[in-house]
Design a protein around this ligand. Structure first.
Ligand code: DX5
Ligand code: ZN
Length: 224
């Protein structure tokens, strides 16, 4: 079954407990937390303090997406705050393999995210250390951007890498996914779909999440 990870980037933080409750009751699998530093991406969000506070509101798996330079400086803090999956960008750090091993030593799952211009083949030599690959289908930084169609080819490449070398690694996609293309990304082979504006931009996020899942499920039959 496909996993859905609603991105709180598009949620209303004045009503965050309600918004999390709505997607939780609708069957969200993860909560996607976008951490932005104004350097790796041209936008700012939140740090460990907010994640620690959100941790008190939900038992869901915290799927933490670090869009920050030198993520090695902060992974311990995010783990302490309650991050379950810690995904950093391949482009943001020099010692990628060392950081993967370190994140796992903290008891978190370790993921790498790739910007749209970074070849999937860069993961060839670390695939065995990965719990998750996050394919960006927009240039990271903002919610509500348009899906870059080439991401489907990249998902198929990552799927092949995972199937051959590390079948337990999850494959996630992030950016520009909604009713119009969720079946396509699932058919291309993703396990986890991140969606921000399409869920939290809807009048009722829980109802929308259920509708998105219904559109996704038939496509799993065609995956791979
Ligand atoms: C963008 C973030 C995404 C964002 C996706 O840089 O990584 O998680 O919330 O938003 P949508 O689903 O609206 O494209
Ligand atoms: Zn994200």
């Amino acid at each position: 079954m496909i996993k859905i990870s609603p991105s709180l980037l598009s949620a209303d933080f004045a009503r965050i407990a309600d918004q999390i409750g709505e997607v939780e009751r609708a069957g969200a699998d993860y909560l996607h937390l976008d951490v932005m530093d104004g350097r790796f991406v041209p936008n700012l969000t939140w740090g460990p303090k907010i994640i620690g506070d959100l941790r008190k509101l939900s038992p869901l798996c915290f799927d933490t997406h670090l869009m920050i330079v030198e993520p090695e400086r902060y992974v311990d803090d995010f783990r302490k705050a309650g991050a379950d999956i810690i995904t950093f960008h391949y482009e943001a750090t020099v010692h990628v393999q060392r950081l993967l091993v370190h994140v796992k030593s903290l008891g978190a799952k370790a993921g790498i995210s790739l910007n749209p211009a970074t070849p999937v083949s860069m993961l060839q030599d670390v695939i065995g250390d990965l719990d998750l690959i996050l394919i960006m289908s927009v240039n990271p930084g903002f919610g509500g951007q348009s899906f870059i169609p080439n991401a489907l080819k990249r998902v198929r490449e990552a799927r092949a890498l995972i199937d051959e070398y590390n079948p337990s690694c999850e494959l996630e996609i992030d950016g520009g996914v909604g009713r119009q293309n969720i079946a396509d990304v699932v058919a291309a082979g993703v396990d986890v779909v991140v969606m921000g504006s399409s869920i939290f931009g809807a009048p009722n996020p829980g109802t929308e999440l259920r509708a998105l899942r219904e559109l996704a499920e038939p496509a799993t039959a065609y995956a791979n």
